[in-house]
Design a protein around this ligand. Structure first.
Ligand SMILES: N[C@@H](CCC(=O)N[C@@H](CS)C(=O)NCC(=O)O)C(=O)O
Length: 243
């Protein structure tokens, strides 16, 4: 099987700042699937979003649909021993991170002024290849502010967003407890989500309350170190991309 993962450029010392791209890369590593990484072009993405993959000649979008396709078609044993209750907990946490916490991460990069100053050079690396043309960076920010406003998070103040984000992280830390991985002793596909989202928060160079609160959860910090040394110890930045 040949997998090409199309994603945004790496940045801030992590394989990818898009938690969805990073989740997929983490899953490939957990499932022992070989893959290569290429820079995405949003115009070619089936859903207009990253990540997307080319899988045995077929282009597919959406990190979760891709994982489920691989689980069905090629099988993996990561989730084989989970009870229905564990799957339900994993599902609920995944939804929280992907559909809720995600927007707080986006807000801290695109709306918060310090976040935007730090994120601007990263966005610049996506123009023109990912964006499909020489779009002015101010227009990209304006578009994202509009999306955040329509989604709802953009209507909150920075303090309100950080309070909401902190509640998600506290809930995650409580559910993680002292287990080595989210649902027990062994890693499961849900850990690809948890790890990628935690790194997306911690990698932001701005020392926000959101980041500090996450770093103050010692079990989550230990979890990130454990996951990194098991699945990303041999990771190297792609040669064609700046750090
Ligand atoms: N449900 C999708 C979400 C992907 C997603 O939201 N990707 C963002 C980057 S983190 C994106 O491509 N945004 C570009 C846009 O919306 O124009 C998945 O799991 O792949």
């Amino acid at each position: 099987m040949k997998i090409t993962l199309y994603q945004t450029p790496m940045a801030w010392g992590t394989p990818n700042l898009s938690p969805f791209c990073f989740k997929l890369e983490a899953y490939f590593r957990m499932a022992g699937l070989a893959y290569e990484v290429k820079m995405a072009e949003l115009a070619k993405a089936p859903k207009g979003k990253v990540p997307y993959v080319e899988l045995d000649g077929q282009i597919m979008g959406d990190s979760q649909f891709i994982i489920e396709h691989l689980q069905k078609k090629h099988g993996d044993t990561l989730d084989a021993n989970l009870t229905l209750e564990q799957k339900a907990v994993g599902h609920t946490i995944r939804r929280m991170l992907e559909e809720c916490t995600y927007w707080y991460i986006v807000y801290m990069r695109w709306v918060d002024e310090a976040g935007w100053r730090a994120y601007t050079p990263v966005v610049e690396t996506m123009i023109p290849k990912v964006t499909g043309g020489p779009v002015p960076i101010a227009a990209l920010r304006q578009k994202m502010l509009g999306i955040l406003h329509d989604q709802g998070t953009g209507r909150h103040s920075v303090d309100e967003v950080q309070k909401l984000a902190g509640e998600d992280i506290s809930a995650l830390a409580t559910l993680m407890g002292n287990k080595p991985y989210l649902l027990g002793d062994a890693p499961t596909s849900f850990d690809a989500v948890v790890y990628s989202f935690l790194v997306s928060i911690i990698a932001n160079p701005v020392d926000s309350e959101f980041k500090q609160h996450t770093l103050s959860q010692e079990n989550l910090v230990r979890y990130c170190a454990r996951f990194k040394s098991r699945f990303f110890a041999n990771w190297k930045p792609p040669e064609n991309q700046a750090a």
